[in-house]
Write a protein that binds this ligand. Structure first.
Ligand SMILES: Nc1ncnc2c1ncn2[C@@H]1O[C@H](COP(=O)(O)OP(=O)(O)OP(=O)(O)O)[C@@H](O)[C@H]1O
Ligand SMILES: [Mg+2]
Length: 376
C-alpha cells in the first residue's frame, strides 16, 4: 500500500544541518497499521509530513497504492490534496467557529468532492463510526475533550482516504479517555480496514494498535517487526529499552569465557559466550525475576545477591527496588513462603537462563548461558 524508499530529509537551522530523516525505507501492507515508536526529535513527525506531502524530502521515493507520489530523482512531488491521505494529529484543531457537521465536511470541500458533499452520506457515516451523530450541530467548544478527539478521527476518515496518518492523536487526553479512544480506534481499524502509520511515544499504545512496530533513532529505523519479534528479540539495547526491557545488568570479563557482575561481590557468574566484548549487558523486565529463599542451593539460572532499597507489598507480589552490584533493579515478583522485604534487607534474585536479552556494545549477542549449580 505504501512504499517508502531511501527517504532523506535535512533541515538547516542557524547554520546547523539536522538530518531529521536519514535513509528511511519501509513498507506498509494493505490493511496494516505500522507504529513508529521513538523519542522526541527522532524524526517521526517529519516522516509523516513527507508522506502527506507537507514536507519535500531531498532524497528517496514514496509510492502509494502502486502510484509514485514523490520521487526526488525524477523531480516528482504530488501536492497533498491529490495524495488522498487522512491525517489526525496531536493538536486536532477542529475549527472552533464551525459546527461538528461543517468540520466533518471540511476535507470533502478541500478535495472538491462535490457529489459526496451534496449526498451528505460520507459525513453521516464517519460520524456514526465514532458515535458523534448526536452532536453534529454543536460547536467543538460544546464537546468534551474525548468527543472532540473522536470528531477529529471522523474528520480524518471522512474523505475515505486510501491511507491514514496519526501523529500522537491521543496525547492530549487523560488516561481513561485515552484507553477508551484507543479502543475505539482499534475497533475502527478492524472494521473499516484502513492502512496507516501511527506515531506514539507510548509503548502500550504501540502494542495495542501496531501490526508492526518501527523503532526510530536519530532519523533512522533501528528495528522493524511485529510486537512479538521486537519484544522477544530486540536487536539493540536501544530497541530493548523501548519494549520494556528496562532492567540492566553489566558483566565484566573474568577470564576463560566467564563473567562477573560489575560492582558485585567478585563472585563469578557462570555465563558462557564466545563473544569478544569489553562487557556484556543483560536487559530484562521487572516481572522476569524470581525472588529466591535465602537457602537456595540450586537454581537453573543466574543467582544474584542484592539489597532492598524500597519495598511495596502488593498481596501476591512485591514491588522492590534492589541494588545488585552497581545496578539498581526493579523487581516485581512473588515472595517465597514467609519472606518479608524491607529497606536494607538482603535479597536473592534469580534469572532463568532464557530470560532477557544480552548485548555487547549495544548489539544483540547470543549467549550460551550455562546451567550450573550455584553453591552458596
Ligand atoms: N522546520 C524545521 N526546521 C528545522 N528543524 C526541524 C524542522 N522540523 C523538524 N526539525 C528537526 O528535525 C528533527 C526531527 O523532528 P520531528 O518533529 O520529526 O521529531 P519527532 O520524532 O516527531 O519528535 P516529537 O516526538 O517531539 O514530536 C528534530 O531535531 C527537529 O528539531
Ligand atoms: Mg512529532
Amino acid at each position: 500500500m505504501l512504499a517508502v524508499k531511501g527517504l532523506e530529509k535535512s533541515f538547516s537551522a542557524k547554520g546547523d544541518v539536522v538530518r531529521a530523516v536519514d535513509d528511511v525505507t519501509f513498507e506498509v501492507a494493505e490493511g496494516e497499521m505500522l507504529v513508529l515508536l521513538g523519542p522526541s526529535g527522532c524524526g517521526k513527525t517529519t516522516v509523516l509530513r513527507c508522506i502527506a506531502g507537507h514536507e519535500t524530502a531531498q532524497g528517496g521515493s514514496i509510492r502509494l497504492g502502486g502510484e509514485a507520489v514523490f520521487d526526488a530523482a525524477g523531480g516528482m512531488d504530488q501536492p497533498p490534496e491529490r495524495r488522498r491521505i487522512g491525517m489526525v494529529f496531536q493538536n486536532y484543531a477542529l475549527w472552533p467557529h464551525l459546527t461538528v457537521q461543517r468540520n466533518l465536511e471540511f476535507p470533502l470541500r478541500a478535495r472538491r468532492m462535490k457529489a459526496e458533499l451534496a449526498a451528505g452520506e460520507a459525513v453521516h457515516q464517519a460520524a456514526r463510526l465514532v458515535d458523534c451523530v448526536p452532536y453534529l450541530q454543536r460547536f467543538p467548544g460544546e464537546l468534551s475533550g474525548g468527543q472532540q478527539q473522536r470528531v477529529a478521527l471522523a474528520r480524518g476518515l471522512v474523505a475515505k482516504p486510501r491511507f491514514m496518518l496519526f501523529d500522537e492523536p491521543l496525547s492530549n487526553l487523560d488516561a481513561l479517555l485515552r484507553a477508551q479512544v484507543r479502543h475505539d480506534l482499534h475497533e475502527l481499524h478492524r472494521t473499516v480496514g484502513f492502512s496507516g502509520i501511527y506515531v506514539t511515544h507510548d509503548q502500550s499504545e504501540a502494542f495495542a494498535l501496531g501490526d508492526r512496530l518501527a523503532i526510530m533513532r536519530a532519523g533512522r529505523i533501528e528495528q522493524i517487526g511485529t510486537p512479538q519479534e521486537i519484544y522477544g528479540r530486540p536487536l539493540t539495547e536501544y530497541a530493548a529499552n523501548f519494549v520494556g526491557l528496562s532492567n540492566r545488568l553489566v558483566f565484566d570479563p573474568a577470564g576463560a569465557g566467564r563473567w562477573s557482575l560489575q560492582g558485585g561481590s567478585g563472585r563469578e557468574v557462570p555465563v558462557v559466550t564466545r563473544e569478544a566484548s569489553d562487557s556484556l549487558t543483560l536487559r530484562f523486565r521487572p516481572h522476569d525475576v524470581d525472588l529466591l529463599p535465602a537457602t537456595t542451593t540450586a537454581y537453573d539460572g543466574l543467582v544474584l545477591e542484592g539489597r532492598v532499597v524500597d519495598s511495596v507489598y502488593e498481596g501476591r507480589h512485591y514491588d522492590l527496588s534492589v541494588t545488585a552490584g552497581s545496578a539498581t533493579l526493579n523487581v516485581h515478583a512473588a515472595a517465597p513462603e514467609g519472606a518479608r522485604f524491607g529497606p536494607g534487607d538482603p535479597v536473592r534474585i534469580g534469572l532463568r537462563w532464557h530470560i532477557g536479552s544480552w548485548f555487547g556494545d549495544g548489539r544483540r549477542v547470543e549467549v550460551a548461558a550455562r546451567a550450573e549449580t550455584t553453591s552458596t
